[in-house]
Design a protein around this ligand. Structure first.
Ligand SMILES: Cc1cc2nc3c(=O)[nH]c(=O)nc-3n(C[C@H](O)[C@H](O)[C@H](O)COP(=O)(O)OP(=O)(O)OC[C@H]3O[C@@H](n4cnc5c(N)ncnc54)[C@H](O)[C@@H]3O)c2cc1C
Length: 417
């Protein structure tokens, strides 16, 4: 009989197992993983760099239909960090996940508020966890797919095979299923009566039917993006925007993607309205354009916006090929308006196969402040399986690690009683 079985050796399951054993070496812990190695998803995070967290710990970076605010104090790592030129010193005096990562051998550094492993490699994070599991003598079974969890007389039975006093479900969400997170954990929690909030792919690209989207393939720039739903601006993001052959992408579009599938299912009209040149007013742009009266309009514009966008806009407004001096006042107004408000009608989002995170999941309010199930004592859930998702920038891993530490503290507390 084990004290704790942790299901899933992803970010949260790895942190939870290590933290439990670090706090009480006598605990008998078993980590179950359906893949043949740990952290398959962790390995591809942050484009292979693994963005572990963010120094902007504002709770508004997290979404949940439950009360995420009660976890604010755990997620707020800033006050505990003693940064020197962006480098976090090696000392183990605080109880946040950055400190635990240090114990495991993962030193963190900051880049524009985002936290990365000092090695700049996700693989070093996985390897450090692997080595630490060994060092702590934590049992791990690979290629072990958990399909059944029951509780009989206050003892958990896993696949009619393994017995444990506590079970931590750390099976992740539903995105990138090839990494192992196929959504199996939702079924485990459902069997214990948990409500699963509707699942949507989040942090993903948005498909558009903009007539000239193919021509914009590969364009990247910084701008302001507004998410407009049925004529109302719901959210705004500033940052890098990218076009693919049929979609608008980039970090700020990812951050706006969370509710888009839901809006589309509700038959709402969703547009991305982009300000291509936020630094210049209509007046300044008009003066600039009119300086080049003998140029074709698309050539005049391409001095200030990407030439592929200049070409698309002038085709869209049917002024392509005209000289600036031939453009009338109404046409100038339309050009200026479009530069500041180019509109992309959204018809679809990326799906679970390519979204970075799942929004929705196990209802947070059905868990205590220590993330113990209110339906079944001794059952816990951590990481992406819960109805918590964050923006790009390290928030999803910080939730995975932080929720793991919350549960490790809780289990240590209750197992002492
Ligand atoms: C391409 C990509 C890039 C990302 N980049 C970042 C980033 O830079 N920063 C950031 O904060 N977030 C990032 N994320 C999100 C982040 O990776 C996840 O939110 C985080 O890994 C969730 O951790 P988790 O422990 O809940 O689940 P996971 O890391 O998904 O781990 C779940 C584990 O459980 C195992 N498992 C599932 N079901 C079973 C079962 N039935 N039996 C046994 N084992 C099972 C799986 O095989 C898996 O190993 C990225 C995601 C993707 C897809």
């Amino acid at each position: 009989m084990y004290d704790v079985v942790v299901i899933g050796a992803g970010a949260s399951g790895l942190m939870c197992s290590c933290a439990l054993k670090m706090k009480n070496h006598n605990l008998k812990i078993l980590l179950l993983e359906k893949n043949d190695k740990v952290g398959k998803k962790l390995l591809i995070t942050g484009n292979g760099r693994c963005n572990l967290g963010n120094l902007n710990t504002d709770i508004s970076n997290y979404n949940s239909s439950g009360n995420i605010n009660k976890f604010k104090k755990y997620l707020d790592i800033r006050k505990d960090l003693n940064l020197k030129n962006g480098i976090i010193p090696i000392c183990l005096d605080n109880e946040n996940y950055i400190e635990y990562l240090k114990c495991i051998g993962i030193i963190t550094k900051e880049d524009d508020k985002k936290l990365y492993p000092y090695s700049n490699q996700a693989i070093s994070v996985c390897k450090s966890f692997e080595r630490y599991l060994k060092y702590l003598n934590i049992d791990i079974k690979y290629n072990y797919d958990v399909t059944k969890v029951e509780n009989i007389n206050d003892v958990f039975s896993i696949n009619d095979d393994i017995k444990s006093k506590y079970v931590v479900v750390a099976t992740g969400g539903k995105t990138y299923p090839k990494t192992g997170s196929t959504g199996a954990g939702y079924e485990i929690l459902k069997k214990f009566g948990h409500k699963i909030e509707k699942l949507y792919p989040s942090l993903t690209y948005l498909k558009t039917d903009y007539k000239y989207i193919k021509d914009l393939f590969g364009v990247r720039f910084n701008g302001i993006v507004n998410l407009n739903v049925n004529g109302i601006i719901k959210e705004t993001e500033v940052g890098q925007i990218q076009f693919t052959k049929d979609s608008v992408s980039g970090i700020c579009v990812f951050n706006l993607s969370r509710n888009v599938k839901k809006y589309l299912e509700e038959k709402k009209k969703v547009n991305l309205i982009i300000n291509l040149v936020p630094d210049y007013s209509d007046y300044e742009l008009e003066r600039y354009i009119k300086t080049f009266k003998d140029y074709k309009i698309e050539d005049a514009l391409s001095g200030i916006i990407n030439n592929k966008i200049a070409s698309a806009i002038t085709k869209q407004l049917k002024v392509h090929g005209k000289l600036v001096k031939q453009i009338n006042e109404n046409e100038i107004k339309s050009i200026l308006f479009t530069i500041h408000n180019i509109c992309f009608n959204i018809i679809q989002t990326g799906d679970f196969d390519n979204a970075q995170v799942t929004s929705g999941g196990a209802n947070l309010d059905e868990f205590t402040d220590g993330l113990e199930s209110k339906k079944r004592k001794g059952l816990y859930a951590i990481g992406e399986i819960l109805d918590v998702d964050g923006k790009c920038g390290g928030y999803n891993l910080s939730w995975a690690f932080t929720s793991a530490l919350i549960v490790s503290n809780e289990i240590i507390k209750t197992s002492r009683k």
